[in-house]
Ligand binder design. Sequence first.
Ligand code: FE2
Length: 457
Amino acid sequence: MMQRFLVASAMLLILLASQIFWVGQVRSWVKSLIPSSVWRRRVALAVLVAYVVLLSYNLLPLLLGVALDRLSAIHRALSVGPTHLTLGVVLHQAHLWNWIRGAGRAEPTHLTWRAAFLQAPFQWWVFCSLLGFLIAVLFGLADRIARTARWLYRKVTQAGHAVTLPNPFSPARRRFLERSALALTTAPFVAGAYGMFYERLNLEISHRRIKIPHLPRAFEGFRIAQLSDFHIGPFMTAEEIRRYVGIANGLKPDLAALTGDFVTWDASTQFAVVDVLAGVKAPFGVYGSLGNHELWAGVEDSITRLFALRGIRILRGEQAWIRSGGEVINLLGVDYQSRSPMGPRGQRLVPEYLEGVDRLMAPGTANILLSHNPNTFDRAAEYGIDLSLAGHTHGGQVTLEFISPDLSPSRLITPYVRGWFEKPGGQLYVNRGIGTIGVPIRFDAPPEITVFELTRS
Ligand SMILES: [Fe+2]
């Protein structure tokens, strides 16, 4: 609890520092760009109003909700029964904070004007201004270190004899450094806009041949389409998912695999996502596994039933025989499993991944596992599961993998961020998914549908 509070406070402080930093930056830009003081004031006022509106809409309900919850808890702890009227009692009775937090209001599964003009710009601004601020801090630190090193060098060399050092901070050089710093600190805003308007919706279709030497002959060339991490909501609408379903059907897979995170936080969105995914067609069936967000939204059982009503089978620690020409392959599926606490709403911590899955294995044929969390792969390979299909990471969602594979936030939770992996005993494919989480931005991690072609050779 204390740890959470400290992390949240640190993040809030960094956010505050970043906003102060950008207020200063924007002020100096406005000053240099607009000579007229009247227009400067008008622009400043417009920017201030927009900022306050966005901040109030997005942050105030959250902060007020937390504060009022605390107030209510303190009130309950201190008094056996309310003998006098307090703010906590008034607000509790009026259910005001539920209204402020938007509790009870269903998350839309289409793009609303609120999402487009109030949520998205705010999320873009907060995310990009934080990144820009961190880059500025790094730049500032590097500058300090360089200055200190030069000062020390001068002290040491001038102690013995006089030397003239070339000035690394000449006006021309300083201007260059300032411009570089400006370009780097503002780059996240441009990259964020690109990631929000273009890359987030720029679907890539990946093709992968998977070699399984003991694949039954009847399954030579068998095609599986994998879709993952839908996160239906205002930024991944039912309509957009319907478009992906159409694309997946156009790829003519023999079987379709849906590897979890159908919803994000709101249980009420499960109906819309099931409805639209019921459109996925494959002659050997549509199967799926559940993600961490089904667990956190508390919809694991209900969404499984909804899918079943629409002919889609969610495998929850179960297997399904896929039959063709008198031969079979073994399809397995597990719920989201975790070995370290993650996320705000409940956990399914397991002492060992894939406990009991070995009992579902079928010797002598191909075993294919649907598991949202790619971290189950090590155990799957130990069991000899030929192919694991996972999602969860969104391919990092916002990464700089094109510079270095280490520059991806998903590396904090798994070594298996995206793409194909192999180790003795099995193979893994981590699909980048199609939705987003946190911010509706993808960078260097476009959405993906994967088509696997199974082969013996
Ligand atoms: Fe996800």
